[in-house]
Design a protein around this ligand. Structure first.
Ligand SMILES: Nc1ncnc2c1ncn2[C@@H]1O[C@H](COP(=O)(O)OP(=O)(O)OP(=O)(O)O)[C@@H](O)[C@H]1O
Ligand SMILES: [Mg+2]
Length: 258
């Protein structure tokens, strides 16, 4: 049997929306991510995708249900317990510029995780930065630059390198390529596929664009209004999409040229 890395069991999240109102952002969501695989989550804006990511990384508490990493419950841990667990889960967001302090040289940013988790001292981490840049097909000299001196695509490569520098078990990519133009998006997706093979990574790939999510995942959870309404194999998506909503998402991808 394949090894389970991450499991969500009946996870829900209700936010208080002020004035006694509540928002049920995530409703009874269950899914499993297997080791060395990519699972996709797709759905329209506001359906709860990022809330799921934030609950997995402990940034948002679950309202009910359980999250397990390698069979151990990781939802509801205290701060001290969280530190070791969340070293194993790294996240990449849509906007790379918001991930780095504007005054921090790229090389320092790249070495930060290694120093923070005591894997290397500062000097060693600085030397490692060049290697990390090469790993994502960038020139090692970029280490001395500031974030605004890199393009969005280059900086997203840096953020990806930083995320995998500390050898996490799971990488969550939340709209990680959505802000990039189509050709750069394709290059980053290719990079992610290569890195996954090289380092045996497991991805949870979140996006609103079904064509993009499909290109990098094996299985996709389709979400609507806080729920998973369908789980489909990416390869058979065109023939097998059962829910009308999934078909709509697909047709919105293919209707562009009509
Ligand atoms: N901290 C919060 N307090 C109150 N409501 C919230 C909070 N965070 C998210 N929500 C609400 O939860 C719902 C789901 O939001 P979420 O960010 O998870 O959606 P999403 O699927 O990631 O959307 P997008 O594709 O636009 O990124 C939305 O209705 C949102 O307004
Ligand atoms: Mg989101």
């Amino acid at each position: 049997m394949e090894d389970k890395l991450l499991e969500l069991e009946h996870v829900s999240k209700t936010f208080s929306g002020g004035k006694g109102k509540t928002v049920e952002a995530v409703k009874d969501v269950s899914f499993t991510v297997y080791k060395n695989e990519s699972l996709g989550i797709v759905g329209e804006s506001g359906c709860g995708k990022s809330t799921i990511a934030r609950m997995i990384t402990g940034l948002t508490a679950v309202s009910s249900g359980k999250i397990l990493l390698e069979g151990n419950v990781i939802s509801g841990l205290n701060r001290r317990e969280q530190r070791e667990v969340y070293r194993n889960i790294q996240m990449v967001f849509q906007d790379p510029y918001s991930a780095i302090s504007p005054r921090m040289p790229v090389g320092t940013f790249l070495g930060e995780g290694l120093v923070h988790f005591g894997i290397m001292n500062r000097k060693e981490a600085e030397a490692e930065a060049g290697r990390l840049l090469e790993m994502v097909d960038l020139e090692p000299q970029l280490a001395d630059r500031l974030p605004h001196q890199l393009s969005g695509g280059q900086l997203q490569r840096v953020v990806i390198a930083r995320a995998i520098s500390i050898h996490p078990r799971l990488v969550i990519l939340d709209e990680a390529t959505s802000a990039l133009d189509v050709s750069v998006q394709k290059q980053i997706l290719e990079l992610l596929v290569r890195l996954q093979k090289e380092f045996h990574l497991t991805y949870l790939f979140i996006g609103h664009d079904l064509a993009v999510v499909r290109s990098i995942t094996k299985q996709i959870c389709v979400m609507k209004d806080g729920r998973i309404i369908e789980k489909v194999a990416s390869a058979s998506l065109l023939e097998k999409a059962g829910e009308n909503y999934t078909k709509q998402l697909l047709s919105s991808v293919f209707s562009v040229r009509e």
